[in-house]
Every structure is written in structure tokens, then in C-alpha cells.
Design a protein around this ligand. Sequence first.
Ligand code: NAG
Ligand code: NAG
Ligand code: NAG
Ligand code: NAG
Ligand code: NAG
Ligand code: NAG
Length: 791
Amino acid sequence: MATFLFLFILPLLPILPCSDASPMPLLSRGSSLLVEEYKHTFLTSPDGDFSCGFYEVGRNAFSFSIWFTNTAEKTTVWSANPKYPVNGQGSKVLLNHDGNLVLTDVNGTVTWDSKTSSGKGTTVVLLDTGNLVIRNGNSEILWGSFSSPTDTLLPFQPLTKGTRLVSGYNSLYFDNDNVLRLMYDGPDISSIYWPSAEYTVYKNGRTNYNSSRIAVLDAEGYFRSSDLLKVKSSDWGTMTKRRLTLDYDGNLRMYSLNASRGSWIVSWEAVAKMCGVHGLCGKNGICEYWPSLHCSCPPGYEMTDPQNWNKGCRPNFSKICNGSYKAEDFEFIKLPHTDFYGFDQTYNVSISLEECKKACLEICSCAGFTYKTGPGLCYTKVLLFNGYRYPHFPGDNYIKLPKNLGISTSSDSRKSRLTCNQNIPEIVQGSSSMYGINSVDKNWTTYYVFAAILGALVLLFTGTSWWFLSSKQDIPKSMEAGYRMVTNQFRMFTHRELKEATGKFKEEIGRGGSGIVYRGVLEDKRVVAVKKLTNFSHSEEELWAEMSIIGRINHMNLVRMWGFCSEGQHKLLVYEYVENESLDRYLFGNVSSERLISWSQRFKIALGTARGLAYLHHECLEWVIHCDIKPENILLTRDFEAKIADFGLAKLSRRDRSSFNLTHMRGTMGYMAPEWALNSPINAKVDVYSYGVVLIEIVTGSRISSGVTVDGTEVEIKLFVQVLKQYTESGSVKDIVDQRLHGQFNPEQAMVMLKIATACLEERNSRPSMHDIVKALLACDDEDDHPAYSW
Ligand SMILES: *[C@@H]1O[C@H](CO)[C@@H](O)[C@H](O)[C@H]1NC(C)=O
Ligand SMILES: *[C@@H]1O[C@H](CO)[C@@H](O)[C@H](O)[C@H]1NC(C)=O
Ligand SMILES: *[C@@H]1O[C@H](CO)[C@@H](O)[C@H](O)[C@H]1NC(C)=O
Ligand SMILES: *[C@@H]1O[C@H](CO)[C@@H](O)[C@H](O)[C@H]1NC(C)=O
Ligand SMILES: *[C@@H]1O[C@H](CO)[C@@H](O)[C@H](O)[C@H]1NC(C)=O
Ligand SMILES: *[C@@H]1O[C@H](CO)[C@@H](O)[C@H](O)[C@H]1NC(C)=O
């Protein structure tokens, strides 16, 4: 857990107040930077673009780093001690009298040093390029941070024979054959994924003849390497600040700074299809884009570490290849349109599927094979790595499993999976596990769910990089829909800061079971919603642990949390501010005709809400059940995109049940699934139920949750559902759809929505999953902006 949290904390970049800072031009012999003064004392480059000093990577944990001074979110480009942060008290960086720059921890341990020695006149200076250098009295450079990069290259910073960029298990480096490559080097597998190993060096447009091994990003945005690689930033030109970063997800991206906003946009990336980044889903894992980028385990396999997909999946059976192996004990399960890249044992052309099966059965070490029907290609695999599935892959994988596992050999395993109940781990009331979540049931049904990606960080695309992505037509839309860069913005706020931001909690914008919400403006001009939690008895550590999970949740249909504050009594959460009001204000009561939302807006809201919930249920690193889905918690952006508010709090409230009435805090009458009342264990299906109620309300425009139907008669939801069913079965929906739309609606969509809604209100095991719902809605989406992905 410690490393897990640490990995997350690493990129949290607090925004340093610049006002009372006293940047220093240089460090001379005998002078030092003290960690306690990190906010005020640091080096800056002459032009002010870069700063260097102590940089908070977590609570009371600091690194000695270089960062861009003028970005909205602090962006570090170098760190002396990326893996070994030092204590926030008593640590310092000293240029000692021997001319050695030394970083010491509180107890005097040397965490890092520049290994230089020099006499009088030695100084440490941060150059305009972002290079931190140690110069002797004759201005000769003895050492420079450019020569020991971490995960980022700045313009003019060469990557050479002896240097590499490293991020997690991935690195960018010059290989022995002089080619610049990206490699995944995990605990048990190493694999090169860029440039594609499927082609020769020559076909990839590279050469291995030039042994100078040097790659540089220039001022215009060209990144050139001695192996003839030459790539260009999409916004090339000299006016822009750029960086080339090996992100935590293993992709190498060039970022350009939008100086007016202080934000980064992706202007080039090495691997266009994220499933092509090896190690993303680990050993035996399968990467897929549909319905959004996620990993899964094949049948018979389970996630090795439920927190980290990099660790992949492990077989839930033993197979010992020592003579006791019997071919007849094994069988194959077909994984349609799936392949595992590399690790081929044999390769045969023009053989039948049966022969291919036989070949794999005969060899104990064969874990499965990929077969392409037309040419009869058979690849037996000794290892299943870098698995991916896409609809147009012209072959299938057959995975070898012991017969006694009891997994259906039905050729359409995908179908059987979807009709299964999804074994979402249940949150048992009173559970004592850390997050109140039982271990995940690991069988084939988890295949489609739990797309926890990348261990600690889900790093994908920034919202602002969409223009770039959409200009590249081969990137599946589903990726943009689901993911955005986890920007380094989540942080802890002080109470004073929030008091100032909200003008002493002046403007109340909402009020709910868990607290009161105020509007505020942060120092960096971001408008935020600040929620004051009432009745809260968590310790700071607990809150931090929970918040760091919620803070990582990032989806366009979920209200983003920017941070929190915990000081004694004061527990506050800081959220993204959403322009428009909540959905209920546009649906119920006397809504003026300009405010009344149109059918297409309603459909979009229904779909967005479903997507946000699907993400919470199936794709977060931790299972998150909302427990209070209702129109009041669905906020709308200016473009009427739905954003779900208030998620993640269910877990917080569950912890100390004794002092908290769960049903008081979470859940709202009328939207609560019947199992709430029965006090039985709840799972994600409670949200599905509430979603069903909301869906009906979106279609009908009336509060059915209040127990009053369209025509004003009072009726129990159960009965109402029966009535709805009759309408949908008879195919006439126009009497149910909001009359205020005057017939301006799409009957096919209305029918689908009502059918989904009635299914959601069934007994819980019969309710669909949010994934199923997203799919069903997408299938009748007439705005053609979710096309099938092209490969
Ligand atoms: C100093 O502290 C660090 C981390 O706090 C620890 O890893 C190291 O062992 C300590 N060294 C000594 C000599 O106590
Ligand atoms: C090798 O690459 C370097 C750097 O790109 C270049 O300056 C040099 O001319 C190249 N050498 C040959 C023989 O092409
Ligand atoms: C930078 O951001 C501003 C403000 O949002 C925007 O108007 C401008 O187009 C952006 N510039 C680039 C190059 O993307
Ligand atoms: C193979 O290994 C298993 C488990 O280690 C052992 O029980 C069995 O006797 C071994 N068989 C042979 C033929 O060595
Ligand atoms: C596959 O090819 C290998 C060598 O290329 C050959 O030994 C083997 O017999 C072939 N298998 C089949 C089933 O044709
Ligand atoms: C793994 O195997 C055990 C015993 O063989 C079984 O009880 C369990 O359900 C299996 N799990 C999965 C995910 O298949």
C-alpha cells in the first residue's frame, strides 16, 4: 500500500505562491537551500522560465527538482531523487566546500550528490534552457542536470548513449543496434514496443548504421535522432515551449505549452494506439478499446494485483511441465478477434485449426495459439503477453486451459460473459476491510470489468489535446470519451486558502446530506465548488487515503475533484465548478420554455450519466458505488454534458457507521433500490436502480420518484414500472414522453431508454450493468460521433 500511495503522490504538484518568493540567481560554495523554505527560496533561470528547488511530492515528502515556472499546473522536468523523496523538515541541498552539490535527508543521509569537486568560485546556476549546472571559477561546466534526465527531455537536451528516460517500467533509450527504442522492462518480461518490432529497422524508417546515438528536440519542435528518426510537433515553430516526456503509461509524448492558459497540449506521441504500449495490461492481460480503453484477464486467469494492471493476470490453475503433463487434460477456449503479440513457439502456414490445436496440446509449455482462418496460419505461444482485441483482427486466440476449470467452451465466450451477472464485489455493510470492499471475485466475468489501468496513474490525453487526437482519424473515439490526462492538480488546500477563495464562505450554491457547497475562485483563477463536510470524524490520514483515490478519478462525465482540506474540524472538498445547474432544474416544475431541455439534450445527458457511472463501476482503480444518483447530483455543463457530482463519499461514510446513519447520508427516497431498505448488502446495482428512475424522469419530465405519475395520480414505483412495461411492450411511447416536447422526440431512443429503465428497476440480479446500458444507448445514438474504431 505504501508504494502504491507513494506512486500516486509523486506527481502531485502543489502550486507555489510566487508573490512573496525570493528566487535566487545562484548558489555559491557553502550555501544551501533548506526544505522548510521551499516556498520562498529556489533558483530561477535568468529569463524566469525555469525554477529549481525543493518540490513537494507528497505530504512531508520532497524532491530536489526543476520545474516550469509559468504553467498553471507545476510541471517538473528533472528530479535528483525521483524515487527517494526526503523529509519536509531538516533536509537540504548544499554546495559544499569541495564543490559537491549534496542533497541530505533529515538524518544526514546523502540521498543524492553531483559527485563533483572544485575549488573557489564554484557556483550552481539554472540556465535558460532548464539545465542546472555546476560551474567552476573559470566558468567551465562540471556537471549539468541535462546529462542525467529523469522522464523528460527539454529542447537542446540530448539523449545519448549513456542516458535514458525512465518512467515506471518503461524506458526510452538507444539500443545496442543504435536504434532509439521504447521498452517495457517489467518484473518478468521485457519487450520492445516502439518502433514496432513487427517491421525491420529499415521499414520503420530507421537505420542502425550511425553509431553516434544522439537524439535532440530542437527549438522548432523537431525531434531528431541519429537513427534517422525525425518527428515534428503538430504546432512546429519557435515560439512555443515544449517538452518530450515519457509518461507513466509508457507512451512518449511531446507537449507544447499554451502560454496564455499555462496548460500543455499533446503535439506528438510515439504510440498512437495505447494497446500497442507493451506491458499496459501486463502478462496474460488483454487490452481493448471498447467501450473504452481497458484491460481484462482471459478465462481461467485472474488479476495478479488488483491495484495494478502492469502486473497482469495469473493462471488460476497449475500446469507443471515435468512429465506428468497429459495433453488430454487440456482444452481450448476461443477468444474471438484477440491476439497476443510475440513469444511465438512455432509458426505454421496452411494447417487446419485441429492441427494447430494438436500442435499446442502436444507441447506442455504452449499456453495457447492464435489462428487465422484464411491462410491457415498457426502461431503457438509460449507466453501470453501484450494481448489485444479489436473487432477487425482477422484471427482468434485459443487459450489452453485444464478441462476441470468448468469454463464453458462455447465459441462465443463474449456473449456468455455479458449475460452473466457481473460479480461486482459487494460492499457489505459493516465490512472492516480497508475500503469496505471485499476481494474481487476473479473469474471470467471480471473479464469485462475492472479496467484499473497503470497501477498508480492513468495517464492519457488531456482534454486540450482532443483537437490533436481528432485530427488523427485512427484513434478510437471511445478513448477520448473515457480518459483524460490525470493532470497534476490534485492537492491539499489550507483552510485559509479556501476561506479566501470563497470570500469567507459567502456564496452558497448547494446543500446536501453531506455538507454545504460554496462557490470560490482559487488563486490561479480557477472557479471551484467548495464543499464543507459536516459530521465528519475521519483522521487526516484516512481522509488523505480516500481522497487520493477519489482524486484520481477523472472522466468527462464526473465532476472532477481538485483537492481537499483537512485541518482539525475543517474538512472541505474542492471540486470543479460546473456552469449550469443540476438536471432537476431543467426537468421538473415550471421550467420556462427556453430552459426546457430538448430531446437530443436529454439523450446526451442519459448517455453521459451512464458513461460516468460505468466508469465508476467498472474502470476505476477502486470500485466506487455512488449510492445517491438523482437529478440533483447530475450537473450540466454549458453544452449540456452531464457530470455526476458527489461520488466517492459513500465509502467515506461507510467507515464509521456507528456515528453515522448511512441511509441518512446517502441515498434519497424514491431513487433508492429496495435492498437498501432491507439492510442487505449493497452493490453497484443500487446505482443501476437509481439510474433507471432518473432515466424515466428524463423521458417523462416528471418526478416519478415522488410517487406521482405524469397525470398526477399517486402510484408506487413498482406499479408504475408495470404500466411502463405495458406501454413499451405495445410499442406506444408517445403518451409517456414529456408532453412539453410537443412530439419532438426520437421514438426509437425513447423506447430503448424506457426498456433500459424498466430493466434497471428489476430485482437486482436481473438489472443490467452500466456497461450494458452504455452499449444499448450507443446503439441508438443518432449523433454519429461515436463511430466504430478503425484499424
Ligand atoms: C535516514 O532516513 C531515511 C528515510 O527517512 C532512511 O531510509 C535511512 O535509513 C535513514 N538513515 C539513517 C542513517 O538513519
Ligand atoms: C550520424 O548522426 C549524427 C547526428 O544526427 C550526424 O551528425 C552525423 O552526420 C551522422 N553520421 C553519418 C555518417 O551519417
Ligand atoms: C491557448 O488557449 C487560448 C485560451 O483558451 C485559446 O484561445 C488558444 O487558441 C490556445 N492556443 C493554442 C495554440 O491552442
Ligand atoms: C511433477 O511435479 C509434481 C509437482 O511438483 C510432482 O508431484 C510429480 O511427481 C512430478 N512428476 C514427475 C514425473 O516428476
Ligand atoms: C509446423 O512447422 C514445423 C517446422 O516449421 C514442423 O516441424 C511441424 O511439423 C509443423 N506442424 C504441422 C502441424 O504442420
Ligand atoms: C480459481 O480456482 C479456485 C479453485 O480451483 C476456484 O474456487 C475459484 O473460483 C477460481 N477462480 C476463478 C476466478 O476462476
